[in-house]
Design a protein around this ligand. Structure first.
Ligand code: PEP
Ligand code: MN
Length: 263
């Protein structure tokens, strides 16, 4: 059902009026994790000032180590909702287990399914029965074919409001945190009718590569770009090394706009 052969025209995912996949890129920015109301609000105001409509932030964090910050959970969802009510931004946040999904739907606009859960089939089926768009990230070691099949799990349950997100894959290369598979974008656009995002933060893990990879994403036809922004990355409870601060975010976005206006 996700195949371009079955449905030649692009799927446009509508998130509170933001049409994703309509030809002009959508941007999803925000902190890695929700840490406090003030932290989320500071980033949200900077997003809003740019005329953008979407805010990301994890309330449930699937961390490599059980001793690392696991997220604020429901309290984090409440912070996101409060900031959304105050700014009008739409909330994209990761859900890590089917049992959290129903409760979370009251607080969020887009269900993010993270790389580590790309083949959590019960979660995919549950998201497929939800009446909210889903942003599905590519697994760290998933082939494009496996990624497409994961999206098929969601659509097979009735939800066709799906966005795919390339976020880098595990290779032998250690210069970047993961290897951004930029060719996945045009392949996914050819093979499916779904909008495709590129997450430049988790793919590169390097602030100095955010701008060039975001430009590359837009140049190859991505429908959106995701990146992480934190008011004070040095004290962030997760991904401290790779989140932009607000000034870097302003510069990043201004440069990206210049690029889009001249290409
Ligand atoms: C995230 O976007 O917060 C995240 C954990 O990314 P990924 O699932 O791609 O690692
Ligand atoms: Mn992160």
């Amino acid at each position: 059902l996700v195949s371009r052969k079955r449905k030649p025209e692009d799927t446009i995912v509508n998130v509170n009026g933001e049409e994703i996949g309509n030809g002009s890129p959508t941007f999803v920015f925000g902190p890695c994790a929700v840490e406090s109301y003030e932290q989320v609000l500071a980033v949200a105001q900077s997003i809003k000032a740019k005329g953008l409509t979407m805010l990301r932030g994890g309330a449930y964090k699937p961390r490599t180590s059980p001793y690392d910050f696991q997220g604020l959970g429901l309290e984090g969802l409440k912070i996101l909702k409060r900031v959304s009510d105050e700014t009008g931004l739409s909330i994209v946040t990761e859900i890590i287990t089917p049992s959290h999904l129903e409760e979370a739907l009251d607080y969020i606009d887009v269900i993010q399914i993270g790389a580590r859960n790309m083949q959590n089939f019960e979660l995919l089926k549950e998201a497929g029965m939800a009446n909210k768009p889903v942003l599905l990230k590519r697994g760290l070691a998933a082939t494009i074919d496996e990624f497409i099949h994961a999206a098929e799990y969601i659509i097979s349950k009735g939800n066709s409001q799906i966005m795919l997100c390339e976020r880098g894959i595990r290779t032998y290369e250690r210069a970047t945190r993961n290897t951004l598979d930029i060719s996945a974008v045009p392949i996914l656009k050819q093979e499916t009718h779904l909008p495709v995002f590129v997450d430049v933060t988790h793919s590169t893990g390097r602030k100095d590569l955010l701008l060039p990879t975001a430009k590359a994403a837009i140049a190859v036809g991505a429908d959106g770009v995701m990146a992480e922004v934190h008011p004070d990355p040095a004290v962030a409870l997760s991904d401290a090394a790779q989140q932009m601060d607000i000034k870097q975010f302003d510069e990043f976005y201004a440069e990206l706009q210049r690029f889009m206006n001249t290409h």
